[in-house]
Design a protein around this ligand. Structure first.
Ligand code: HEM
Length: 225
């Protein structure tokens, strides 16, 4: 009994099970904070827009976090990071779905003709919609048995994320009221997220990854001498 307990404790710390709890805690945090603020009347004068924006940003944060897992693992060698990627991706999908639900149900009261008109008028909405739709097959196929069944096709399908993520950044930037080309107003935040995304994509390039893991191995062999 004691050894079983010891093994569980070891797994918790060494295999990074603690990270699972942190990811789930972070995963429910934006929704809990939104619920709390809505209950306390702490949302802005336009509470629906506030909720829509907060959910959209939460989706973006989890999307970027899921894309950061591979580069971080290459940099640190922490093999307990990759198993958490799926949860991060699913939280991105959850928040994107809630963001969409608030837009359709609360913002436009299921007025589908009006939503279609708006989609034609404001391309950033079409962009968000396309990104959201492309996220759907990734979320559905994120489970182990489908991953195994799809084999190589799974990897090919999940490369869609390299298209989705820039679309989301563009959607974010375009949704801002500032002047896109003068880099004024609220455009700086999406721009910064765009830079973060470019850095993550560069760190994922096979040649950069090889160099980084060689560097890490050198550092750890020097440390162990
Ligand atoms: C599924 C279809 C989608 C629709 C219909 C949609 C619609 C919208 C709308 C109308 C806004 C502007 C809100 C406002 O300022 O009044 C917005 C902003 C935003 N959306 Fe989406 N969106 C969609 C998908 C996504 C996805 C997939 C993501 C991220 C993964 C996302 C992230 C954002 C972000 C970060 C903002 C800006 C929030 C801010 O201003 O702080 N959206 N979206």
């Amino acid at each position: 009994m004691d050894t079983l307990h010891q093994k569980k404790t070891q797994d918790f710390w060494r295999k990074g099970s603690w990270l699972r709890w942190i990811v789930h805690l972070l995963g429910v945090w934006p929704l809990a904070a939104l619920g709390w603020d809505a209950w306390q009347g702490n949302l802005s004068v336009n509470p629906i827009q506030d909720a829509e924006q907060r959910l959209g940003r939460a989706a973006l944060y989890f999307l970027v976090a899921s894309l950061a897992v591979t580069p971080l693992t290459t940099l640190t060698g922490w093999h307990f990071l990759p198993p958490r990627r799926r949860a991060l991706g699913l939280y991105a999908f959850l928040y994107a779905s809630l963001h969409f639900a608030v837009f359709v149900a609360l913002d436009y009261g299921f007025d589908i003709p009006e939503i279609f008109r708006l989609t034609r008028e404001k391309p950033f909405i079409l962009l968000g919609l396309t990104a959201g739709l492309l996220l759907l097959p990734l979320a559905i196929t994120s489970f182990d048995h489908l991953m195994r069944r799809m084999g190589k096709r799974w990897k090919r399908l999940h490369r869609l994320i390299y298209l989705i993520a820039p679309m989301v950044i563009l959607h974010y930037a375009w949704a801002q009221k500032g002047d896109f080309f003068a880099l004024r107003g609220d455009i700086l935040r999406p721009l910064l997220w765009g830079i973060v995304l470019i850095v993550l994509f560069v760190l994922r390039l096979p040649v950069v990854r090889r160099k980084l893991s060689a560097m890490r191995q050198k550092v750890s062999s020097v440390k162990s001498v």
